[in-house]
Design a protein around this ligand. Sequence first.
Ligand code: FES
Length: 498
Amino acid sequence: MNSIWLDSIKDFTNFNSLNSNEETEICIIGAGIFGLTCAYYLSELGFKVSVIDKEYFGKTTSYTSAKITSQHGIFYDYLYKSFGLDFAKDYLEVNEKAIQNIKNIIDKEKISCDFEIMDNYVYTTKNDELQLFEDELFALNEIGYSASFVDKISLPFDIQGAICFKNQAQFNPLKYLVGLYNSIISKSNKVYFNTLATDVKREDDKYIVKTNYGDITSKYVVIASHYPFIKFPGFYFSKLYQSTSYILAIETNSELFDGMYINNSAPIFSFRTAYYNDKKILLIGGGDHKTGQIPNYEKSYGYLEEKVKQLYPDSKIIYKWNTEDCISLDKLPYIGPYSSLYPNMYIATGFKKWGMTLSNVAANLFVDYILGNENKYAYMFNSFRLEPIKNSKEFKNMLVDSSHGLFLDKLKHSNVDLDTISNGCGNIIEIDGEKFGIYKDDDGKIYAVKPICSHLGCLLCWNALDKTWDCPCHGSRFRYDGKNIYGPGVNDLETFQL
Ligand code: FES
């Protein structure tokens, strides 16, 4: 499962892994768009920076839809009613600035990344949602932003209405990251791939970031690893959940639209165009569900395929992939100090699927944290806030999922017999009261793992769609052979020969 973004930079192979201990000023864990934007700005200021990533350019950025917009769904009415007018205004302002900041970097570094200014639309096909759109327009009007309401868009179907934000943008996120990488390296700073951070220790006034290839000692640490992998302190696993969504890349001879689009409620359809071998293609996304809930084909890729066949009958699927996003309980990111116990360690997470602009917002905040400057937007993303946990229905749902994964499901007896698992399938069996996760490949070769999550020990579920072991508690995922794919768990699963 590759994305078109990954294939578009497949010739980019001239990179290194860490191969010895080293000392730096700032160690950034995670080389996705947030980690590298942070490293880029800090390099420009003359700081000594080392970035590490357990794989390549950050898993989430490699599989995103890459819309650069301050329109994060129908959101401003929520911000206005929940946090007040100034808050909603600041959120819009800082995200609009982020669009311009990204453009400035692309222009300055001359990055060729298919960047295009595009209008963004949130639309509805449901008459009973129009009131929500009116409320959103009212909030935007109060903020002083001139969004327009339209009843026609250039997608090939009728709608009830849409709100348009002008002058947003789209690009190829990995070509952009290659540009950032080149600039960072040119300042004698370091980016190491295939380098897994396993722990962070505090010694005197420094941190030691432990990796599989050596230690990095630094004054500052920035956790840019999507879902924070350090469990305590911080307790971010009690403040975030993960959501999986699906994307198809489609070739068609039909004329494609301009603009970026997403509807307001399930079933979600997200549309944008992109370039593949210099040809304009369509990306359609949706199928969102909480990670760890077992997906089925019809509700993920299947319904997107159906929609695209209906809209573009000659369409041909050239890529399909899925991705994970971290979402906080109040829908706002956590950006700031990691914990009062860990000075000079920072975190940004919970971008809620809108990480292109929010990663730039976060990177600018960290520059100010490290320089000791005040940032007028910092208050919105307070990383110590507890309010969302206190009253949230989602927090109760998380507790229920965790108690099932940690205790109740482990007590359930599995009646599945090894012989009854067909080739290409996986399931949990029991031998002498002990649970084993079994996958049989198409030739009948058996892969056996201990189906216990390496994060906090929840019982994993088999995901037949991707042939992975998924955690219902906080969304870690592991390949059929036990290799960790998504955190917060970092270690692979224990494996067995049966
Ligand atoms: Fe937390 Fe699995 S991700 S226990």
